[in-house]
Design a protein around this ligand. Structure first.
Ligand code: C2E
Ligand code: SIN
Ligand code: SIN
Ligand code: FE
Length: 388
């Protein structure tokens, strides 16, 4: 049994589609090609591709079915946020096209034995003409199928020219979908890996406790406060808690030393920035390269007096400048093995003094502007009593 996502609602052909001017159609097509090239979300991409195919083929219905090898199923999304519709990968015309590795053109469903009228009976939709077109990844492995139903012109019948056009759409769509699916995979894996790393680090240092979580939240609030796009703010939230992973190279005797560090120990401690950079720098992808930059630059100062390189101002990546504010704010406002927690007034005073010296002035302003929100997070994510 085949289900199309819009099944249940009987959709009538929209005759307005048939009267579209060619130049209008071309403009729409070029526009959607542009959107498809930029889209990174798989469900939204499926929608865009479906709409493009409908417009190009002047079809009443189009579904894009993607193969899920793990479950031997096809799935599609009717629209974003709506649950996936799933069907077994052997069923109906889709299964046939997949098995043959070839497209199917049914000009007249009423007289073609390959078309099973059962679902039309159930839904009240009348299928006159259907095309199914498999599409592949760049290695020729099947990725899914297009299913296009009822032409809105030419008496409702698809012909070989339509099938050829659908083939072009499908080969373009296959490439776009493959890229988005790989991106999604890679990013998901990277986020997982980063969370694991965070857990490993926290279990070793007596200092951290809820520190990494608070730094993540503070960074996010600060990023939004300066108007950073949400997707970037979320990326920063993922990577900012990783700024100290390089401390894995620091011996416990230094990391958890109760008193002041000797010059020699502090020299070693400073290496955690380069070590963190080394851990991430050879991995590709947005997440890993952002984590590398934050680990490397979070102890640089606006005036160039920081470490490891002494870069200044906007040479320091905005992610690292924000993480520096979040990190120091939390270090001062919390107890450490080597220091007591400071009163908030004293913390605020230090940030005012260091505005334009240690810290980017606009980030100190942002911190002051959202201080109530920051303090609320601190309240919620406080260290358990008697932590030390
Ligand atoms: P951390 O404890 O996470 O501190 C991060 C940053 O917060 C410090 O970077 C510094 O900029 C700021 N900060 C922390 N405590 C104070 C403070 O009492 N006064 C002022 N003015 N700033 C403070 P920094 O200095 O580069 O230190 C990097 C890391 O080195 C620290 O991370 C900590 O793990 C270690 N460390 C620094 N000083 C000491 C120390 O005296 N004793 C021990 N055991 N570790 C230290
Ligand atoms: C449907 O659209 O649900 C039926 C068409 C087909 O069997 O491929
Ligand atoms: C962290 O991941 O921020 C903590 C690293 C450490 O202190 O070992
Ligand atoms: Fe650090």
């Amino acid at each position: 049994m085949l289900m199309s996502p819009s099944e249940g609602t009987v959709k009538r052909p929209e005759p307005s589609n048939t009267g579209v001017k060619p130049e209008e159609q071309l403009r729409k097509l070029l526009e959607s090609v542009g959107h498809i090239a930029e889209e990174r979300s798989v469900p939204r991409l499926i929608e865009l591709i479906r709409d493009m195919a409908k417009a190009v083929l002047i079809a009443d219905r189009c579904s894009v079915w993607v193969l899920d090898w793990e479950y031997d199923e096809f799935y599609t999304v009717a629209s974003e946020g709506v649950d996936k519709v799933r069907i077994p990968s052997q069923s109906g015309l889709l299964g046939l096209a997949l098995a043959q590795g070839k497209p199917i053109l049914i000009a007249d469903a009423a007289t073609d034995a390959r078309f099973d009228p059962a679902s039309d009976k159930r839904t009240g939709y009348r299928t006159r003409s259907v095309m199914v077109m498999p599409f592949q990844d760049k290695d020729g492995e099947p990725l899914g199928c297009f299913q296009v139903t009822n032409k809105l012109s030419a008496g409702g019948v698809f012909n070989e020219a339509d099938l050829e056009l659908l083939g072009l759409v499908a080969s373009y769509a296959g490439k776009a979908l493959e890229a988005a699916m790989l991106d999604y995979e890679a990013e998901h894996t990277q986020r997982e890996l980063i969370l694991k790393l965070g857990e490993v680090c926290e279990s070793r240092s007596k200092d951290t406790g809820q520190h990494v979580r608070r730094v993540a939240e503070y960074s996010y609030v600060l990023a939004k406060q300066i108007g950073m796009p949400l997707a970037d703010a979320e990326l920063l939230k993922t990577v900012s808690p990783m700024h100290d992973v390089g401390k894995v190279s620091i011996p416990d005797s230094i990391l958890n030393k109760p008193g002041k560090l000797s010059d020699e120990d502090f020299a070693l401690m400073k290496l955690h920035t380069d070590v963190g950079h080394d851990i991430f720098k050879n991995s590709k992808g947005r997440v890993m390269s952002s984590a590398a930059v934050v680990a490397w630059q979070h102890h640089e100062k606006w005036n160039g007096q920081g470490y490891p390189r002494g870069i200044a101002g906007e040479q320091i990546h905005i992610f690292a400048r924000i993480t520096a504010v979040a990190d120091v704010f939390d270090a001062l406002a919390s107890e450490r093995v080597y220091k007591r927690a400071w009163d908030i007034d004293k913390v605020v005073k230090l940030f005012e003094e260091e505005r334009g010296k240690h810290f980017d002035p606009k980030l100190v302003d942002a911190l002051m502007a959202c201080l109530p929100e920051i303090l609320e997070i601190r309240e919620q994510l406080n260290d358990p009593p008697g932590f030390f």
